[in-house]
Design a protein around this ligand. Structure first.
Ligand code: NAI
Ligand code: MG
Length: 536
């Protein structure tokens, strides 16, 4: 919790969490019966969220509409596996309708024509509205995703608002260059929006992923068709509605719910989509890249899986390193693309680190994510739950030492005990694959050259953590590690301005920060003779 609090203070900036409405009701119900993972009572006794589910249809051209087929699919509460809503199920025809609305809004609508300042004002008004509805949004996010309510309310909603403030700030500062070319020419570049952006997001951070994708695309003047993850369709529909209340013209942001191989694939392969952005698994990333290539060669940005090292050197303060390594792995039920899922510890501090990590995992508070003080809720769904348990079995079978955890928690929903393995070897499946669950693997190393080599020996390259007091060690590691982010003596710092993305099979391109704008702009070179040339 200590590290989580540190994160939340880093993320929150000046926005305060309002304790009105749904949140205060939830919190008044919360507080007792906190479950530690050795007992399962509290997961059987769930708080009923006091928020309405207002929107379940697609949002196309400013209107909520049913699926063209009339079909719906269920959205679940991962605490119990119960259905909480039936949501319009998008497919090819819904994507076609959404893309034509976005196309029209781009080609004819007011959005690309209005001044950048006007666009910026709409983004700011939207951020204010989200802030006003943040209790409701946080409750809905927790209900549909299972993440701790406190995390959603105090870290993620403030970060969401901060991201839109950040992109609102960019909207009227995007411009080209004057280029000194040879000859008598005036040469300039125009930075123009790409057009219709297709965006496919995952379920682990539904609102944050919305902000990372929608923020830069709109700041640059594009229009959007967003496909949410089938597990978490609800919050995007509510925020998209708020965007329209803030003055976003119809057709600029269209949200279609549905499954990947149907709605997602239709978006990735659509001939009228000018750019695709995707976050999810490396396997699906390859599929969407191929669909984009086979259709109209739309440029693709990908934010994919990871197997990030978290490296603890012998000079580290062990207690602090244990806490940060624990946070790096277990945050968000371990469902983070950048989770520090290979904890490398120097042999001189290994035994102490291991003992304390085990104790920390045993102290982790698992239970109903609506209850105050709960650090870990359920995994997102039955599929992920089974996947994580099968990786735990694989760890046991490959002779890693199971220090604690290893089983489900309770008898309903998708709760898993915080699990720690020691004696993990590089070639074990649990040290190579993305587990995406609350399973920490602790590996021992002897020296810096060895750990650099081993840390880089993975197909992924999303992030890395380095814990040391030695500035030479830190300097060397930050250059040697092949990863898109290196956190030194910190982890999971997600400021709006910090670029994020992967080396190797962790992705293509960067999100957040100034780099994210490059994904959503075309550069047009304009050349004008300075003197009247002979040919005119
Ligand atoms: P996924 O990559 O299959 O799904 C992510 C998004 O892609 C969802 O919106 C889904 O509907 C869409 N999608 C799936 N198949 C598609 C297709 N053929 N065409 C177009 N869109 C498609 O991830 P999934 O199945 O939810 O999780 C599998 C694993 O992926 C997880 O266990 C985890 O290891 C990893 N993952 C990584 C994430 C990250 O943040 N990088 C987020 C979610 C999952
Ligand atoms: Mg999948």
């Amino acid at each position: 919790m200590m590290a989580a609090r540190r994160l939340s203070s880093l993320l929150s900036r000046s926005l305060s969490f309002s304790s009105s409405g749904a949140a205060s009701l939830l919190h008044s119900l919360a507080g007792r019966n906190i479950n530690r993972f050795s007992t399962a009572a509290a997961v059987e006794d769930l708080i009923t969220p006091q928020v309405p589910i207002r929107y379940t249809q697609h949002l196309i051209n400013g209107q909520f509409v049913d699926a063209a087929s009339g079909k719906t699919f269920p959205a679940y509460d991962p605490r119990s596996g119960e259905v909480i809503a039936n949501v319009a199920e998008g497919d090819v025809e819904d994507i076609n309708r959404a893309v034509s609305a976005a196309r029209k809004a781009f080609d004819e609508g007011p959005w690309p024509k209005m001044t950048a300042y006007e666009r910026s004002r709409i983004l700011l008004r939207f951020a204010d509205l989200v802030e006003k509805h943040s209790d409701e949004l946080a409750a809905l996010e927790t209900w549909n995703n299972g993440k701790p309510f406190e995390q959603a309310a105090k870290s993620e909603l403030p970060l969401f608002v901060r991201l839109f403030h950040y992109y609102a700030g960019w909207a009227d500062k995007i411009h080209g260059l004057t280029v000194p070319a040879d000859g008598d020419y005036h040469v300039q570049t125009l930075h123009e929006p790409v057009g219709v952006a297709g965006q496919i997001i995952p379920w682990n951070f539904p609102l944050i992923m919305f902000a990372w994708k929608v923020g830069p695309a709109l700041a640059c003047g594009n229009t959007i068709v967003l496909k949410t993850a089938e597990q978490t369709p609800l919050t995007a529909l509510l925020v998209a509605k708020l965007f329209h209340e803030a003055g976003l013209p119809k057709g600029v942001l269209n949200v279609v719910s549905g499954y990947g191989p149907t709605a997602g694939a239709a978006l990735a392969s659509h001939m009228d989509v000018d750019k695709l952005a995707f976050t999810g698994s490396t396997d699906t990333g390859k599929i969407v890249l191929e669909l984009a290539a086979r259709s109209n060669l739309k440029p693709v940005t990908l934010e994919l899986g990871g197997k990030s090292p978290f490296i603890v050197f012998e000079d580290a303060d062990v207690d602090k390193a244990v806490e940060l390594a624990h946070f790096a792995l277990f945050f968000n039920q371990g469902q983070c693309c950048c989770a520090g899922s290979r904890t490398f510890v120097h042999e001189r501090v290994y035994d102490e680190f291991l003992e304390k990590s085990k104790k920390r995992a045993l102290r982790r508070v698992v239970g109903d994510p609506f209850k105050k003080g709960v650090e870990q809720g359920p995994q997102i769904d039955g599929e992920q739950f089974e996947k994580v348990l099968s990786y735990i079995r694989s760890g046991i079978e490959s002779n890693a030492t199971l220090e604690c955890g290893g089983n489900r928690l309770g008898s309903k929903g998708f709760f898993i005990q915080p699990t720690v393995f020691s004696n993990v070897q590089d070639d074990m499946v649990i040290a190579q694959d993305e587990i995406f669950g609350p399973v920490q693997s602790i590996l021992k190393f002897k020296d810096i050259d060895e750990v650099i080599q081993r840390a880089n020996r993975t197909r992924y390259g999303l992030a890395a953590g380095v814990f040391t007091k030695n500035v030479d060690t830190a300097n060397r590691l930050m250059r040697a590690l092949r990863a898109g982010t290196v956190w030194i003596n910190c982890f999971d710092v997600f400021d709006a301005a910090i670029p994020f993305g992967g080396y190797k099979m962790s992705g293509i391109g960067r999100e957040k920060g100034i780099y994210s704008l490059h994904n959503y702009l075309q550069v047009k070179a304009v050349v004008t003779p300075l003197k009247n040339p002979a040919w005119i």
